[in-house]
Design a protein around this ligand. Structure first.
Ligand SMILES: [Zn+2]
Ligand SMILES: [Zn+2]
Length: 369
């Protein structure tokens, strides 16, 4: 019997590793969902509450908890290292003690400060369901494991920015509303709202990437801002999770400013929601460890190889490819760089390294002299 977090035993079929891992993931997801039921006031997004198909969620939750528990027990019997199996069994037991899939749901909810635990769980389920298989089947670097060296740090970024969704939404929307109300001209907004859905969407991609381009470029060229953005560039392995590594100040400034033209132009809700889904999916995709090149598309829409060059540690690639959506902006402003090959290494050029861990990286920009 042993208990340690480092994997030293074999991980092949029949070793209890996969069952332990799956059991732990299901157990923790299930526990998270039960906590959302138990404390919906504090842990769920008010706008999303009415949209959940609660009876269906309960059925799925029941299956998740039962299979998490059984897989945990299987891992405990097969494997000498009991860490994963214990997490799986403990998480499902705590979830059961809190009421399991039959946990009562209080209907009288108040709107106040909340953490987006439901938002985090949904993001985790959707993004890992899409990107984990994609990176396995179409890996650009097949030897790079899912649980690579610094994955806990990036996972912490993924967790924090989802759970703080109320804060990140507020810092995105508020500055525009506070300072740019005067710029909302009814004539302009009327024209924008009269445009067909797809035209609004394309216009939003163009204006937001144009803003994003210059904000991003400022983050690279103003030394004080670079301190915060260097955190994003400190990832030395690229995958879908590495894209989450963004300092909260970087998120607040970039999103806050990018939202200004969207707010001023007054787009309708449908295209706006479509754009939000598009930007988060594309921003994740361009960091992924996937080998798609799509050269026919590479100057129209940023592809993984395009943004991987933005993260390259090679000196000739520094300060290039700022666009998130439209590479033509980099061509127009003279910052495009896209050789035939993929970068040989990622990270901050000139060998500078970020400290490890979310909290150390949070304070890093404030500390450097
Ligand atoms: Zn950058
Ligand atoms: Zn990036």
């Amino acid at each position: 019997m042993a208990f340690h977090w480092r994997t030293t035993e074999p991980t092949g079929w029949g070793t209890g590793w996969l069952s332990g891992l799956l059991g732990a993931i299901l157990g923790l997801l299930g526990l998270g969902a039960v906590l959302c039921f138990r404390f919906p006031d504090w842990l769920t997004v008010p706008e999303a509450r009415a949209l959940y198909p609660v009876p269906l969620v309960r059925v799925v939750l029941h299956a998740v908890l039962v299979s998490g528990f059984l897989l945990g027990v299987l891992s405990l019997t097969l494997r000498r290292n009991k860490a994963l199996g214990t997490v799986a069994v403990a998480a499902t037991l705590v979830a059961a003690l809190l009421g399991g899939s039959q946990v009562p749901l209080d209907d009288e909810l108040q709107a106040g400060p909340f953490l987006g635990l439901d938002w985090f769980l949904l993001n985790l389920i959707v993004y890992s369901a899409v990107f984990v298989p994609l990176e396995r089947w179409f890996a650009r670097l097949p030897a790079q494991p899912l649980f690579r060296d610094t994955w806990p740090t990036d996972f912490a970024y993924f967790f924090v920015s989802a759970i703080l969704v109320q804060v990140t939404t507020l810092v995105t929307l508020r500055p525009a509303m506070l300072f740019f109300d005067w710029a909302r001209l009814p004539a302009v907004q009327g024209w924008v709202q009269g445009l067909p859905w797809i035209a609004q969407f394309l216009l939003m991609v163009i204006v937001s990437d144009l803003t994003q381009y210059w904000v991003h470029r400022a983050f690279h060229s103003v030394p004080f801002l670079w301190r915060f953005h260097a955190v994003h560039h400190s990832a030395e392995q690229m995958d879908w999770l590495a894209g989450s590594r963004l300092h909260l100040v970087d998120i607040a400034v970039t999103r806050g400013l990018t939202y200004v033209p969207i707010y001023v132009l007054g787009f309708t809700e449908g295209p706006l929601v479509a754009y939000l889904i598009f930007v988060s999916a594309q921003a994740t995709f361009i960091h992924a460890n996937v080998r798609f090149e799509w050269r026919w598309l590479q100057w129209v829409l940023a592809t993984p190889r395009y943004h991987h060059w933005h993260h390259a540690a090679e000196p000739e690639a520094v300060d290039s490819n700022f666009a998130v959506h439209l590479p033509l902006l980099d061509v127009l402003f003279g910052t495009a760089y896209l050789p035939e090959r993929w970068p040989s290494a990622y990270g901050i050029a000139h060998g500078s390294r970020a400290p490890r861990g979310y909290l150390r990286q949070f304070f890093w920009p404030f500390r450097r002299g």
